[in-house]
Ligand binder design. Sequence first.
Ligand SMILES: Nc1ncnc2c1ncn2[C@@H]1O[C@H](COP(=O)(O)OP(=O)(O)O)[C@@H](O)[C@H]1O
Ligand SMILES: [Mg+2]
Length: 272
Amino acid sequence: MRLRSGKRQKADDRPEAPATTPGPAVELRGVRRQYGRGAGTVHALAGVDLALPRGTFTAVMGPSGSGKSTFLQCAAGLDRPSAGSVRLGGTEITGMSENHLTELRRSRLGFVFQAFNLLPSLTVEQNVLLPLRLAGQRQDRGRAAAVLARVGLADKARRRPGELSGGQQQRVAVARALVTSPDVIFADEPTGALDTNTAAEILGLLRHAVDTLGATVVMVTHDPAAAAWADRVLFLADGAFAGGLERGSAERIAARMATLAGRTGVMAGVAA
Ligand SMILES: Nc1ncnc2c1ncn2[C@@H]1O[C@H](COP(=O)(O)OP(=O)(O)O)[C@@H](O)[C@H]1O
Ligand SMILES: [Mg+2]
């Protein structure tokens, strides 16, 4: 990437990055999540093993009902697996108390959602500083200014979300996700509510965060064009990972999805 001017070194750019903890950013071992009991049991995750290295951008795709949301929720400590273990930034979260989990999510994870999820009554700057406020850390306005500049919104700090376009609001959400230098940023259909060009801008910001800040991004999407920005695409089918693609084009990703849908659908007889 030649976007960096060289004025600042990488290490200066991420003073609070938790790069010292060893191991992958995200690690799932034998993770299962079932809903219900007896004959009606749904195996939303049927034994997932996964290790995502730091500084990588992973997209998770799969047909509707394949377990994408359940995966994201279990991986991000928002839901508890029925079995197996989850480690985030080297920390085992299985069995952690609810309070401790909440604290970990606030201080060490970033989230970007389809619906932006900004607080309308707060300014852009206050929204960006919210994770620090909730985590009981110093609300460093210089830091807010730096992440806002990163997402191209240096001049919008005093605006409210309602005064911004959808794409700008999602930029604020990306800035908010970056402000704590989290171990992992989880993105759930981050471009689902945006037009194609605006979507590409948001994906470019996530890509840039990975390439220049060493951020780790895990994104659930149904859009092959969005997934093509990732280093690796993982495909979920019936609650289990069914292969992956490294640096796939949107066309290759779409073709793999079509194959998967054929396999998991009504025995459509699609050749692998
Ligand atoms: N709270 C729930 N109660 C019962 N079944 C659920 C619940 N959440 C998800 N499921 C089921 O688990 C499976 C996976 O769901 P989900 O993770 O939402 O898939 P996706 O996000 O890929 O569409 C589906 O069969 C879904 O119906
Ligand atoms: Mg879902």
